[in-house]
Design a protein around this ligand. Structure first.
Ligand code: EPZ
Length: 422
C-alpha cells in the first residue's frame, strides 16, 4: 500500500492540464458493449478505468489501452456476467446492465454493495429497466435479468434524477424497439458526453442534458469513435488546491461551462478566477478567503463531488461556512480527518458548520473515499509541518498522476510505500 507525505506551506505556481473525465469515461467504456468496435480518446489512466476495462475483458471483449487511447473489439463469445470481485471494487459496474440487456437480452450482475458515502441502492435502475420489458430477479446477491426477445421502448419517470440510472436507461433504450422517453432524467454533463458518443455510432437521442430525454431505438450501432470530455471535478479540485495552498495556477482543458456554479462559489470566497480562453483559466489566491455557504444539488447546482474539497477550503477561511449535503446520506467522512488537522467543524445531520481557523497542523490522516482523499490533500498543502495520508488507493480511483501534477506546481508531496497493512 502507499501513502502521501505532504510538507505544507508551498504556494502553487505554474500550469496544469486536466485529464479526461472519469465519470464520462466509465459509461462510455461500458457502452462499447452495444457495438462491435469502439475507439475512445482522452481516457484517464485510473484505478476505475482499469477496472472497467478488466470487466469487459472478463466478458470476452478485446481491449487495448495506451496513452489515453482505448480500443475495444467485441469477440465471438461474450459472457454476459459481471462478477462480485470486480463490481465490489467499483459500483459503476452496474452500468453494464443496460447495454447487456439491450444487446444480448440477458445479464447477471452482482448487486453493488454500499460504499463509504452511502447505501447507494440501484432500485431506480431496476424499476425502469423492468418497464422496458426486462424480467429481473435477485439471486444470491446477483441481479439476474432476461428479455424475451427485445426491450420495448416506454415512458420512464424517475423518482430522483439518478445519474447512473439515466445512463443505464439510455444504453438500454438505444437498441430497444420503438421510442423511450425518460422524464426527470439527470442533466449532468457526463450524460451529454455519453449521448454524443452513442450518436456518433448511429443512436437516435434527443434532449440529453435536459430533464426529458427521447431515445428512438435502432437495429444496431456502427463503430463508435469519441474523445472524452475533460474532468470537471478534477478541474474544480485544482481550484481548491490553490484556495488552500495559495499562489497562481493556469488550468488548461478547463470545462468552464460545466463548472459555472463552482467558479462563482469560489469567487464569492475571494478567489480570483480569470478566463484566459474557452479552455483555460487562471486561478489566484490574493488574501485570506471569506467563508461562504454551499448546498449540494443535482446539476447545474453545486456538485456533491466538490463538497469535501470546498469544505477543506473553508477550514482556513474567515468567519463561518454552512455546508449542506443533499445528495448522499453519509458524505462527511472527511470531517473527522480534517478535525485531526486542527479544523473547527461540527455536524448537524446533513449540515456541517465550518468555523475558520488561523492554521492547520500536519498529522497522520486516513482517506475514506475518493473525494474525501482530495480534501485531505487540499488541507495538507496548507497545513504546517507534515501530513501523511493513508489509503490513497481511494484517490487513485479518480485522479490521474495527482502527485506529479502537484509536484510540477511546486508542492512538496511524495508517494511512499507504507509499512501499515492498509
Ligand atoms: C454518479 O454516481 C457519480 N459516479 C458520483 O461520483 C456522483 O457523486 C453522483 O453521480 C451524483 O452526481 C459516476 O458517475 C461513476 P446517483 P451515481 O444515481 O450514478 C440515490 C465520484 O466521486 N439513488 O445520481 O451512483 C443514491 O443513493 C462519484 O466520482 C437511489 O436511491 O449517483 C444517491 O443518494 C461518487 N436509487 C442519489 O440517488 C437508485 O436507483 C444520487 O445517486 C439510484 C440512486
Amino acid at each position: 500500500m502507499h501513502k502521501f507525505i505532504i510538507r505544507g506551506g508551498n504556494q502553487l505556481k505554474g500550469k496544469v492540464k486536466i485529464s479526461g473525465s472519469k465519470n464520462a469515461s466509465l459509461p462510455i467504456i461500458f457502452s462499447s458493449i452495444l457495438t462491435s468496435q469502439t475507439e475512445i480518446g482522452n481516457v484517464p489512466l485510473l484505478r476505475d478505468t482499469k477496472t472497467a476495462i478488466s470487466l469487459l475483458k472478463n466478458m470476452g471483449f478485446k481491449a487495448v489501452f495506451k496513452d489515453g487511447q482505448l480500443s475495444i473489439i467485441k469477440e465471438a463469445n461474450i459472457k454476459t456476467e459481471a462478477d462480485y470481485e470486480l463490481v465490489r471494487t467499483m459500483r459503476a459496474s452496474i452500468l453494464v446492465l443496460g447495454p447487456l440487456l439491450s444487446k444480448f437480452k440477458k445479464a447477471k450482475v452482482s448487486l453493488p454493495g454500499g460504499c463509504a458515502i452511502g447505501a447507494r441502492p440501484v432500485n431506480l435502475h431496476l424499476k425502469a429497466l423492468s418497464k422496458l420489458g426486462a424480467e429481473i430477479k435477485i439471486d444470491h446477491g446477483y441481479i439476474v435479468a432476461n428479455v424475451k426477445n427485445r426491450l420495448k421502448g416506454a415512458e420512464i419517470v424517475f423518482d430522483f434524477p439518478t445519474v447512473g440510472g439515466t445512463e443505464n436507461l439510455i444504453m438500454a433504450a438505444v437498441l430497444a424497439e420503438g421510442k423511450t422517453i425518460i422524464k426527470n432524467a439527470a442533466k449532468e454533463p457526463e450524460i451529454v458526453d455519453l449521448a454524443n458518443a452513442l450518436k456518433k455510432a448511429g443512436a437516435i437521442i434527443e434532449g440529453a442534458g435536459t430533464d426529458t430525454i427521447e431515445i428512438t431505438g435502432v437495429e444496431e450501432l456502427s463503430k463508435m469513435e469519441h474523445t472524452v470530455m475533460p474532468d470537471r471535478i478534477e478541474a474544480g479540485t485544482f481550484i481548491s488546491f490553490v484556495a488552500t495552498a495559495g499562489g497562481e495556477v493556469v488550468i488548461e482543458n478547463f470545462p468552464y461551462q460545466t463548472l459555472e456554479t463552482v467558479v462563482k462559489k469560489f469567487q464569492e470566497t475571494g478567489m480570483k478566477i480569470e478566463r484566459l480562453n474557452s479552455k483555460t483559466v487562471k486561478v489566484k489566491k490574493n488574501n485570506p478567503l471569506q467563508g461562504t455557504d454551499i448546498t449540494t444539488q443535482v446539476y447545474p447546482g453545486f456538485p456533491t463531488d466538490m463538497q469535501a474539497q470546498f469544505m477543506a477550503t473553508m477550514c482556513l477561511a474567515e468567519e463561518v461556512s454552512i455546508i449542506k449535503e443533499n445528495i448522499f446520506e453519509n458524505r462527511f467522512q472527511h470531517v473527522l480527518e480534517l478535525q485531526r488537522l486542527g479544523s473547527n467543524i461540527t455536524i448537524d445531520g446533513n449540515t456541517a458548520i465550518v468555523k475558520g481557523v488561523k492554521k492547520l497542523i500536519g498529522a497522520k490522516v486516513m482517506a475514506t473515499d475518493l473525494r474525501a482523499s482530495a480534501s485531505l490533500v487540499a488541507a495538507g498543502l496548507a497545513a504546517e509541518n507534515t501530513t501523511e495520508i493513508y489509503r490513497i488507493y481511494h484517490l487513485e480511483r479518480g485522479y490521474e498522476n495527482l502527485e506529479k501534477k502537484l509536484q510540477q506546481l511546486g508542492a512538496n508531496i511524495e508517494k511512499r510505500r507504507t509499512e501499515q497493512p492498509y
